[in-house]
Design a protein around this ligand. Structure first.
Ligand SMILES: [Zn+2]
Ligand SMILES: [Zn+2]
Length: 153
């Protein structure tokens, strides 16, 4: 378990959140969408139970866009700075918080890495890390959750 609660928020401070329970899992996504969206090498996705996160301050704005190839993308943004403020997750009752938005990021080491196929070649992924070349299946997501639990216990 990570020390709880864990607070965070957007860069302008209008949106603040408090996570009151251990994340379900934490992984790094190296897909090209995440690289484009973050302007970085990967997104650190902290998957949490929605009921265990309290938002205060401004209400995160839901923004959905259709990508040039027709896929739909959605996420939550701060209405003032437009910074990331979480997003949907595939599982019912789950949501994603962006790792870098936590005040304390010392516990963020991912339990696994996904879309390693498009990872920048100079990014060093630990040899013993759980890796998926592309999008993990439902079963593989369960293994990411298990790896986080084992790592944190
Ligand atoms: Zn903001
Ligand atoms: Zn991604």
């Amino acid at each position: 378990m990570i020390p709880l609660p864990q607070a965070g928020g957007c860069i302008c401070g209008d949106i603040r959140f408090v996570l009151r329970d251990d994340p379900v899992t934490v992984y790094a996504c190296h897909c090209t969408d995440c690289q484009t969206e973050t302007g970085s090498t990967c997104l650190i996705a902290v998957i949490v139970r929605r009921s265990k996160v309290d938002f205060t301050g401004a209400t995160p704005e839901s923004c959905g866009v259709t990508l040039p190839d027709g896929r739909e993308k959605s996420g939550l943004r701060c209405p003032r700075c437009r910074g990331p403020a979480g997003g949907d997750s595939r599982g019912a009752g789950l949501m994603m918080l962006e790792g870098g938005t936590f005040d304390d990021t010392s516990w963020l080491e991912p339990a696994g890495h996904i879309w390693t196929r498009s990872a920048q070649p100079w990014v060093r992924i630990p040899e013993d890390a759980l890796c998926f070349a592309e999008q993990p299946s439902g079963e593989e997501f369960v293994s990411l959750a298990r790896a986080w639990k084992e790592r944190a216990s």
